[in-house]
Write a protein that binds this ligand. Sequence first.
Ligand code: ZN
Length: 218
Amino acid sequence: MSVPLPRRAVLRGAVLLGATTLTQAGAGGARAAATRVDQPTIANCATWGARPPSSPVSVVQNRPNKIIIHHTAFPNTSDYSLAQAYRNSRDIQNLHMDSNGWLDSGQHFTNSRGGYLTEGRHGSLYGLLHGQSMVQGAHCVGQNSQAIGIENDGIYLDVQPPQALWDSLVWFCAFTCQQYGIAPTEIYGHRDFNSTQCPGLLHDRLPELRRTVAARLG
Ligand SMILES: [Zn+2]
């Protein structure tokens, strides 16, 4: 499978963000174009070897108004590799299509314990990069046409996620808020809307996540 140099891209982003901080400090807090959040590397469906959807994905011609955080409840793997992130994306898609009977992955994006981001449902990345529409998901009843859903690999009922997962979640949320004009206060957990324990301890950290994302947005 082709791998789009994620490490180099991540480093490139980190360098730009570092430069942003310097610019902000040097400009005395003045707003500048340099405050924009750089795009994190997100492997698209073709890159991780997704199956085609079983029927056409619906496009919603509106911007989403929130982000919803999930955990997969899969066992916590100690394999932090890119290969594992891709494998996890395929496992989720197979589960959602073969067991749940859905047309594709239910979530829009997936985050691995090693901090690698992948596209979930086909078309999600196109929507995010253009910032004007979204594909209808299947991740949270009542919110699938207005909320971007991200699955974080693992189960966090009594353990915290790895730092790499947290860092990529922050970056993803900041970029998504920027692209769609979503306020950082509009980041929620699955259990805010449905009867579920998802996303475990990540729900307790939503205030921290909102604050950190707000800081990244400047
Ligand atoms: Zn969930």
